[in-house]
Design a protein around this ligand. Structure first.
Ligand code: PMP
Length: 414
């Protein structure tokens, strides 16, 4: 009762007439309850904090310099002067916007150059970029598959993939996280009844920092006549000795994956998504995926910045090595201090599972006071009891940052 009283006070008032009142939406009630809980526990809102400069291994928030673990600037390329210069040069030449869909009004050289570089990166025939990573999954999964098809996916699939699956109308079957045997059982029993099948997995899971056994999924896709799609959002620039992703990390030929998906917003310090695969797939998407055909082309400056980031990533593998070294140090040192880091491979993402949402909120707030910015991941995004702090490591972190952070974490949890 107290919570709903606070919730009513905090939440903007809706339109009073029934049926037109936004406050009756389930989301409005959820938001109000979370706010009320935070207010009662005196936990400051950790969301929508304004960064006053480049958010990398460190960031300035509210006039304070913090060690930052809440940005996906894995390789420290956002803010790199060469990346910024590439973006500025593209703005000088092309302006800020692509001004319309590429199919309708034409593209800029940076679009094709970036796509050729992404295709070469995976050693596949072609690639296509979209204005958002989220939109890429929605439009590609949502339109390649239809109601007569089957999608077998990891239970931890990202929201963008789940939305695409829903849109497709295909039969969806989730298998327990990383359980390739369960995935294969589903394919064996259901594949026959469907026209096409897609297996969706991620190269590096963002909640747990762990990986699937790629070779097993490649083999089962081949055996059951299914397409294999791998989302590399958190794998590009993070996994493999030179950041090529899960195929490099696990020694699998990338050509054996039918659909590579990734985002430009993380290691490549841009914004947008991509698909890489064979020329026929890319041609079909280029002429039919609604999120491409009916949406503006990516701003040329963003394409130029991501291309420059990809070049630097390839030329400076020390960044990938440093990121992985810092992440392994973080994971091992956290474990040594008795924290639950789950199945993290210690390559870029390290969750520290704290239990209740209240505890995760409180510890995140205490760390913020101590000079560390890290986001809590709360129920219902993870099951209650599985609330965590999610540390995104960057090549810009130093050993001293990691040790200072873990000392502050130990103190906050004491
Ligand atoms: N796929 C995965 C696995 C992701 O984690 C994300 C973003 N967190 C996306 C897709 C969407 O990418 P973007 O944020 O670049 O739109």
């Amino acid at each position: 009762a107290l919570l709903s009283r606070i919730a009513r006070k905090e939440t903007p008032r809706g339109n009073a007439s029934p049926g037109r009142d936004f406050s009756t939406l389930p989301a409005a009630r959820d938001i109000a309850m979370v706010r009320a809980g935070a207010e009662q526990m005196e936990i400051p809102n950790p969301f929508f904090r304004a960064h006053e400069g480049v958010a990398g291994g460190h960031s300035r928030i509210g006039n304070r310099d913090l060690i930052n673990f809440s940005s996906y600037n894995y390789l420290g390329l956002n803010g790199d002067p060469r990346v910024t210069a590439a973006a500025k040069a593209a703005i000088d030449r092309y302006g800020v916007s692509a001004s319309a869909s590429r199919i309708a009004s034409g593209e800029r050289p940076a679009h094709a150059e970036l796509e050729a570089a992404l295709a070469a990166h995976y050693g596949v025939e072609a690639a296509l970029t979209f204005v958002s990573g989220h939109a890429t999954n929605v439009t590609v999964i949502g339109n390649l598959l239809g109601p007569r098809d089957l999608i077998v996916h990891d239970t931890l699939a990202h929201n963008s993939a789940s939305e695409g699956m829903r849109l497709s109308g295909a039969r969806r079957v989730a298998f327990p996280h990383n359980d390739w045997r369960a995935a294969e059982r589903e394919l064996a029993s259901q594949r026959r009844r469907h026209t096409r099948a897609l297996i969706y997995i991620e190269g590096h899971y963002s909640m747990d920092g762990d990986m699937p056994d790629l070779a097993r999924f490649v083999e089962m896709a081949e055996a059951h006549d299914a397409w294999l799609m791998v989302d590399e959002a958190h794998a590009l620039g993070v996994l493999g000795a030179t950041g090529h992703g899960i195929a490099e990390q696990q020694g699998v030929d990338p050509k054996r994956v039918d659909i590579w998906m990734g985002t430009l917003s993380k290691a490549l310090s841009g914004c947008g998504g991509y698909i890489a695969g064979n020329a026929m797939l890319i041609d079909i998407l280029k002429h039919s995926a609604p999120g491409f055909v009916y949406s503006v082309g990516m701003p040329p400056a963003v394409a130029a910045a991501s291309l420059e980031s990809l070049r630097i990533m390839q030329a400076e593998p020390w960044r990938v090595e440093k990121l992985q070294r810092m992440a392994t140090l973080f994971r091992d040192e956290a474990r040594r201090r008795g924290f639950d880091v789950g199945a993290s491979a210690g390559l870029g993402i390290v969750p520290v599972v704290l239990g209740s949402s209240i505890k995760a909120g409180r510890v995140s707030a205490a760390l913020f006071e101590a000079g560390v910015n890290v986001q809590p991941v709360l129920y219902p995004i993870v099951p209650e009891g599985g609330a965590r702090l999610r540390f995104f490591i960057s090549a810009e972190h130093e050993e001293a940052d990691i040790i200072r952070t873990l000392e502050a974490l130990s103190a906050a949890c004491a």
